[in-house]
Design a protein around this ligand. Sequence first.
Ligand SMILES: C[S@@+](CC[C@H](N)C(=O)[O-])C[C@H]1O[C@@H](n2cnc3c(N)ncnc32)[C@H](O)[C@@H]1O
Length: 205
Amino acid sequence: MDDASTLIDVKEYPDTEVQKNRVLTLEEWREKWVDGKIGFHQEQGHQLLKKHLDTFLKGENVLRVFFPLCGKAVEMKWFADRGHCVVGVEISELGIREFFTEQNLSYSEEPIMEIPGAKVFKSSSGNISLYCCNLFDLPRVNIGKFDRIWDRGALVAVNPGDRKCYTDIMLSLTRKGFRYLLAVLSYDPTKHPAQTVEERRNGWP
Ligand SMILES: C[S@@+](CC[C@H](N)C(=O)[O-])C[C@H]1O[C@@H](n2cnc3c(N)ncnc32)[C@H](O)[C@@H]1O
């Protein structure tokens, strides 16, 4: 995606101690949803994905598309409307319910047997399944392999110490010929040392 990459001034910055200590717990993520502090949510969806969607899909039909740390991303509906099968994982049950309600989709819910206390929410049409659990518990469940992964606000939201485990899980979910589209942001962490957990709680990133 040449256009997208030319828009970004890509530099690599080393991890710092500052970054390593930027940790949010699952409870803190859930609280963000309850408090409506979801500045990361894009009501109109991601404009670069919209622009490059056809390239990403490569004209293929009935793909399995995975949304790690999906929130209530409206892009899930874009894929489902084109006949693809969408699977997401999100720790906030509230976020998942808001997705179905705001997209006017009826749904059912059932427990995930392999993960005590977790649930999967399925659209009545059957082509959207959202797992409400910790992504790091997902390997206990057989959710199959995927042709496409749209990773926006996921890798970048994972606590730095969990990134290796995260990428191992993502790779384990890919099918031959897959495409993985990753939206990242690049910044010099040494220039933003003052951001505290409290500040992260209040917005994005
Ligand atoms: C930055 S938001 C991005 C949401 C979505 N991808 C979007 O583009 O709007 C990260 C989401 O991941 C969820 N989350 C964070 N850690 C998680 C984990 N370990 N397992 C499942 N969901 C998680 C949060 O509740 C939050 O909704």
